[in-house]
Design a binder for this molecule. Sequence first.
Ligand code: T46
Length: 135
Amino acid sequence: MIIKLIDFEIKGDERGSLIALEENKNVPFDIKRIYYIFDTKKDVRRGFHAHKSLKQILICVSGTCKILLDNGQKKSEIILSSPNTGLLIESMIWREMFDFSDNCVLMVIASEYYDENDYIRNYEEFIKICTISNI
Ligand code: T46
């Protein structure tokens, strides 16, 4: 499966670095929500769901973590370890996040407000919906 990474331009000078995120510019959707995951305990795996319509960009602004992506046919894993790399996850992709480093802060830019009805939290149901939509 294709992993969609976005390289954000670093505005750097002798003082350090800065990245600006702008909706419908370097973020390819309207930004409705930003949240971040931090202080994740060792050996914890999070996620285990897909979204019906939400699009998101995951950016590891500090530390590292791994992401498993599954489109119902193929699985891929990626390490996020740079604050200038965004992982674009479209709708209907199963995701799991794991191997969080101690200092990991995973920031997520989301295209919609939080809505539990948009989640598919059952893997069998996810596969069933993928199969039906591929027929
Ligand atoms: C995703 C991955 C990358 C809210 O109240 N508002 C929010 O915006 C979010 C994201 C979560 N919550 C509540 C729902 C749960 O009671 O916070 C709690 C933890 O959420 P969840 O178990 O869904 O967290 P993760 O880390 O499994 O998944 C999250 C996002 O929910 C999800 O959309 O793609 O991060």
